[in-house]
Design a protein around this ligand. Structure first.
Ligand code: BGC
Length: 447
């Protein structure tokens, strides 16, 4: 199956607007829910905000040059909705449009293909004040925004990610709400927000189809695949089932809750069962909208659940070992074999890994360099697995390392560093880490 898509393998890097741009109130940008929340005392570690972040807004030319020297052929970035529509709708901020237009030209001048994310969590504050994703008009707002992006950039940008990790609305609206808006809502409201977000995704697909002929579109949820501890066929089958099961009470770690409606046209049966008293009204038209055909199965994968036999005729998730990173996510390279394989089997669309990476408390050594051997090793192990999946016939078409450079890791601030490029957050100096050179050579080796 070809789908008319480009078969070239994308070796890329990824970032998101709020995490790198800075220039928070500059050139007419309106505030987003993240601008608002990071300024509430106690909401982020050490009070870190994205006011300056990596100052990418002013330094994008140098950053894109570094990216070109890295040898990537694709760059995934996001547009800040409120930078181009300060109130979320209506008045267009031409200065914001100019920034993204120049950024896109810059990447294209080096032959780097843009992958544009419309929504990486930074809902305009003005729209939040009108109910945000709980407002029944929110899918319509997103349609207008997507249309504007398509009209202004569509001649140069062909790849679109509508929404990054829809689970984020739950992390921002659930118990303990760590992400923006950082307020707890009822389960009923949270499920409504998810439904509106998925409808918004469908609206954006339609807006982009109308404005950008030939565009390639998808959304990018995140999940932790189930991986068999060994090649026992029963274990493989159990892992497949576990990954594609809707687990009660687990709204965040669920693959099928978000991907089944988009790719298969309906929520899983268990969704209607578990949430029968609280789920929103779901019409046939809603489901048709949500499942408006897409081209790619984009997916963010960092970690996984390793499944093993429990010795009593059943199965259990392995605990204790895998090794964990500094955010306590297990390091399981097989996630990039089993994840794409199961996703491709279930949804039948070419898979692109739109995020995968390692956080570390990296330091600049006395020799002025950043020796992040763990990250190079991580990239080697994970990409071997994705290439193994490809060799085994899984239609995987790309890998984007998260992140190009160190940035604001949302509510946990600047300390977990995911970048290939070190950023000194006092001077804003960039230092390519050892892993930058490692990834550069790996791309060369595999291109
Ligand atoms: C998000 C990124 C985030 C990364 C590491 C993903 O969930 O899309 O914005 O920085 O994971 O936590």
């Amino acid at each position: 199956m070809d789908n008319g898509l480009d078969r070239k393998f994308r070796w890329g890097v990824a970032t998101a607007a709020y995490q790198i741009e800075g220039a928070a109130g500059e050139d007419g940008k309106g505030p987003s829910i993240w601008d608002a929340m990071t300024h509430v005392p106690g909401k982020t570690r050490r009070g870190d905000t994205g006011d300056v972040a990596c100052d990418h807004y002013h330094r994008y030319k140098d950053d894109i040059k570094l990216m070109a020297e890295l040898g990537v052929n694709a760059y995934r970035f996001s547009v800040s909705w409120s930078r181009i529509l300060p109130d979320g709708r209506g008045r267009v901020n031409e200065k914001g449009i100019e920034f993204y237009s120049d950024l896109i030209d810059e990447m294209l001048s080096y032959g780097i293909e843009p992958f544009l994310t419309l929504y990486h969590w930074d809902l305009p504050e003005k729209l939040f004040e009108q109910g945000g994703w709980l407002n029944p008009d929110s899918p319509g707002w997103f349609y207008e925004y997507a249309k504007l992006v398509g009209e202004r950039f569509g001649e140069r940008v062909k790849n679109y990610i509508t929404i990054n990790e829809p689970t984020n609305v739950l992390e921002g609206m659930g118990p303990g709400a760590t992400n923006a808006p950082g307020m707890e809502y009822s389960l009923k409201d949270r499920l409504l927000a998810v439904h509106n977000l998925l409808k918004a995704h469908g609206m954006a697909v339609r807006a982009l189809r109308e404005t950008v002929p030939g565009s390639k579109i998808g959304f990018a949820p995140c999940s932790g695949p189930f991986c068999p501890a060994d090649d026992d066929p029963e274990l493989i089958e159990e892992s497949r089932k576990g990954y594609c099961d809707m687990r009660e009470g687990d709204l965040i770690g669920n693959l099928v809750l978000y991907s089944d409606p988009v790719f298969l046209g309906d929520y899983p049966a268990k969704y209607y069962e578990y949430y029968r008293d609280v789920h929103p009204e779901i019409t046939k038209e809603d489901l048709e909208l949500i499942s408006t055909p897409v081209d790619y199965c984009f997916h963010n994968i960092y970690s996984a659940n390793v499944l093993m036999k429990d010795g009593k005729g059943g199965y259990r998730i392995k605990s204790g070992n895998p090794v964990c990173n500094m955010l306590e996510w297990g390091i399981v390279p097989g996630a990039l074999y089993w994840g794409p394989k199961f996703l491709y089997e279930r949804y039948g669309k070419p898979v692109i890994i739109t995020e995968n990476g390692l956080p570390n408390p990296d330091v600049v050594c006395l020799d002025g360099k950043v020796h992040d051997a763990e990250r190079s090793d991580f990239i080697e192990r994970y990409t071997r697995e994705i290439l193994r999946a490809k060799a085994d016939g899984v239609d995987v078409r790309g890998y984007f390392y998260w992140s190009f450079m160190d940035n604001l890791e949302w509510e946990v601030g600047y300390c977990p560093r995911f970048g290939l490029v070190y950023v000194n957050f006092d001077t804003l100096e960039r230092i390519p880490k050892d892993s930058y050179y490692y990834y550069r050579d790996l791309i060369k080796r595999n291109s």
